[in-house]
Design a protein around this ligand. Structure first.
Ligand SMILES: Cc1cc2nc3c(=O)[nH]c(=O)nc-3n(C[C@H](O)[C@H](O)[C@H](O)COP(=O)(O)OP(=O)(O)OC[C@H]3O[C@@H](n4cnc5c(N)ncnc54)[C@H](O)[C@@H]3O)c2cc1C
Ligand code: SF4
Length: 329
């Protein structure tokens, strides 16, 4: 591993200032992704700015019933928080489906959002990869692409985004708060990650030196039936082949009054199923409605040579999840 400098930031101002003044700086959260990539030679920062001790480690209730989750809150603490388990079980379930207990005890909210793809060619410096080395090509397009994207990919990159938590947050209309050299801004999680287009090296719309300070979860879906389900090759300690985050509320008249649907494991970003949602809301609750809505979403899928199975899997998992949520009332 290339040698690097290390700075421990005590304030957010400190962290941003260090980033702009030190060579090739990168923020360090729990290090469970960044340090692995440094060992593989995929990342080689000049300086690590450790942000894990910043005073951003609390979860607080917002006026009106939402939550603010600090960027250094550990994945385990977020999953176990009583307000999350009560109000947004989809988020708790998404977090608990990821990694292992030991990793979740270390991994942070900010780092989880910015973890990088698990595409094996990205992690192998001997292979062409436009994300790691722009212009070098994409080994996955004609290679082993069973785990890769079926929606929103490009000829330049077919990788998927790996975070389970981010899929749940996108479905919950959560927002990311950032502070950087240009000031503060807030973005919807659903718009934070990018599709690859011709710049797959950029996973998100974050700007150089911007620090994630917190995630805001709005009250709109609090207490509604919600669930996260994940299909993977092993029962634990494995990334999603396909996952679904869903929120569904049905009125006394049998019509769907609220629906949110997100997919993981199918695209370069958490895939918010807006076409399906618009067909669900106002429709009669029932399997026919769910299937029509999810099929409309999946009609845009373009599977690769090795992953056509994902389209049916995503459709069936989403329909079954919506049926189960409606049964819960
Ligand atoms: C074996 C294994 C299995 C896993 N399985 C899963 C899984 O099934 N599902 C899943 O979702 N995840 C899984 N993970 C990934 C794990 O969840 C991530 O590694 C973790 O969430 C990253 O958090 P971190 O704080 O350690 O990030 P770090 O490794 O510290 O950082 C990751 C990135 O975020 C940046 N960063 C960190 N904090 C900030 C901040 N506040 N502002 C701006 N930038 C920041 C860093 O610069 C870096 O680019 C797995 C990991 C391993 C090693
Ligand atoms: S899919 Fe993306 S990350 Fe994987 S090899 Fe191609 S360009 Fe690289």
């Amino acid at each position: 591993m290339k040698s690097f400098g290390y700075v421990k930031a005590r304030t957010t101002e400190d962290a941003v200032h260090s980033f702009v003044s030190l060579p090739d700086a990168r923020f360090l959260g729990g290090g469970t992704n960044l340090v692995d990539l440094m060992k593989l030679g995929v990342e080689a920062p000049g300086t690590l700015i450790d942000v894990s001790a910043l005073p951003l480690d609390t979860i607080s209730e917002l006026p009106g019933g939402g939550l603010r989750v600090g960027a250094t809150v550990r994945n385990s603490d977020l999953a176990a928080h009583p307000a999350v388990r009560r109000g947004w079980p989809v988020l708790s379930q998404a977090l608990l489906s990821g990694a292992s207990g030991q990793l979740r005890n270390v991994a942070t909210t900010g780092g989880n959002l910015l973890q990088r793809t698990r595409c094996p060619y990205f992690q192998d410096t001997g292979q062409p990869c436009n994300k790691r080395e722009p212009g070098s090509g994409c080994a996955a397009v004609e290679g082993v692409n069973r785990d890769h994207a079926v929606l929103g990919h490009s000829a330049h990159c077919v990788a998927t985004h790996p975070s389970d938590m981010a899929v749940a947050l996108a479905a919950l209309d959560a927002e990311v708060e950032l502070v950087g050299p240009g000031g503060q801004r807030t973005l919807p999680v659903a718009d934070f990650h990018r599709l690859p287009g011709d710049r797959p090296e950029q996973d998100t719309v974050i700007r150089p030196g911007e620090l994630i300070t917190s995630v805001l979860i709005p009250a709109s879906s609090a207490g509604m039936p919600s669930a996260y389900r994940k299909v993977r090759d092993r029962a634990s300690y494995a990334f999603a082949l396909v996952s679904v985050a869903a929120v569904l509320a049905v009125g006394d008249d049998g019509l769907i009054r609220y629906a949110r649907l997100g997919f993981g494991g199918v695209a370069h970003k958490p895939w918010r199923a807006v076409a399906a949602e618009s067909l669900l809301i106002g429709g009669p609750a029932g399997e026919d409605t769910y299937r029509r809505a999810v099929e409309a979403e999946m009609s845009h899928a373009a599977p690769l040579s090795g992953n056509a199975f994902k389209v049916k899997l995503a459709r069936d998992l989403a329909v079954d999840t919506l049926v189960r949520l409606a049964d819960r009332g």
